[in-house]
Each structure stands twice: as C-alpha cells, then as structure tokens.
Design a protein around this ligand. Sequence first.
Ligand SMILES: C[S@@+](CC[C@H](N)C(=O)[O-])C[C@H]1O[C@@H](n2cnc3c(N)ncnc32)[C@H](O)[C@@H]1O
Length: 233
Amino acid sequence: MKLDKSPNTMASMFNLSASHYDLMNDVMTVFTHRRTRKIATQLSDFKSDEKALDLATGTGNFACLLLKKVQGTVIGADISYKMLALALAKFRSFDFNRDLTLNQVDINNLPFLDEVFDVCTIGYGIRNVLDPLTTMKEVARVTKKGGRFIIVETTPPPNNHLRFLAFFHFSKLAPLFAKILSANVNAYNYFAESMSQFPKAPDFGKIIKRAGWKKVFYYSLYFGIVTIFLAIK
Ligand SMILES: C[S@@+](CC[C@H](N)C(=O)[O-])C[C@H]1O[C@@H](n2cnc3c(N)ncnc32)[C@H](O)[C@@H]1O
C-alpha cells in the first residue's frame, strides 16, 4: 500500500494523535521506548559546549533527554504544532534553567545554515518522511564535519517468526489499544504499515551512507525490533 507521507498529511495526522501520543508509546512499547532514547542519548556523546538539533521532536522526549544530559544548546523541530505545544509543556515541567528552542519546520527543508550542529537526532521519525535519502542529505548539510547523527527507528527483526509477531502487535494490538484509549486509530494503522515497509537495519545503514555520512554503526535492540543508527559525518 502506498502511504501518503506528504508534510501536510503528516502534520494533520500528528496534530490529531498528539494528545495520546506519549500514553500510546508507553502502552505499545511496554515503556521500553524510554530506555531506548536514554541509550541513544548516551551514544550521541552530546557535550556541554555543543549544539544539537532534534528532528521530528514530537512531544520533546529526545530533546529533553539531551538537555538533561549536559548544558548544551538544543533545538527541537517538528511539523506538527500540537506535538510542539506538548513538547513546550513538557520542557516547562522540568527545571532545566536554560532554553529549548522549538521550530515548526518541514524536515526536508531545514531553515539552518550549513554545518552548525554537532549532534542531530531523530527518534521514530525517519520512516515518516517522503524520501529518507533526501532528508538524510539535508541533515548532513546542517551537521558539522565529524558531527553525529542518531536515528532511532522501529525495524523489521531478522527472525521471520519475530517479524510476524512484531507486525501482528503493531497492526492488530496497537489499533485495538488506540480504540480502547480513544486515540486516533487511523494513525496506528498508518504506523503499522509504515513499520512493515521500513528496510531491514543493514539495508537502511547503506542508505545512510549513500546520503553522504562517512561512518555508520548500528545497534539492534529487543531482537532487532528497534535499531539505533549512529552516523558520523
Ligand atoms: C512518531 S513521532 C516521533 C516523536 C519523537 N521524536 C519521539 O521520539 O517520540 C514522529 C514525528 O515526526 C513529525 N514529522 C512527520 N513528518 C515531518 C516532516 N516532514 N517534518 C518535520 N516533522 C515531521 C511528526 O509531526 C511527529 O511528531
């Protein structure tokens, strides 16, 4: 099935699912997404004097973890204003004593100069873009030489049985939970389909390299259901 991943469609879908986003994440992943982002934050090696850009920041989970880690500068970017509003509320609920800048932008057309960020991150967002190769080239453009790009994504596990179970979980159980919790069921049907169409981790690693990233490492979690990619420019 061809999915409509145009920025306008994504913005409307995430505006509609924003209010239940964090709750559904906890339910769908049995809270493991929190640990996953913590590991990814450690891997980013973000330091105090550095500047980070969290793309598809959503409700700001990744951006807040980066801010918790060190005193660096963090910018969160997303196309959905409702997700950004929740990110702002989350940020304000912590006592960070510094600023988080939030921008409503399309990830494919970043309003930043070349080579300004030391670290770029994207959690569960790269599968929502029209063309990941183009997006990752754009991210490479705004990243400094030697800078890091962390991508966290749900990936098809190598084991056939597990792949079937994961797809069953995301295509049948997640929409059911969404219905029970009065969340946006269409969004969870979309999530399942977009996950099933995502390349296997080694194949996606090759696409990252084609986008101009010099070195690419990947770390499989939960039997390969989630992968953290670390790319160095
Ligand atoms: C699954 S959520 C991930 C949120 C967050 N990164 C996290 O780790 O929970 C995907 C996010 O990507 C954003 N998004 C989708 N397409 C986008 C685009 N073209 N430009 C910017 N953000 C986009 C959505 O609005 C949504 O907030």
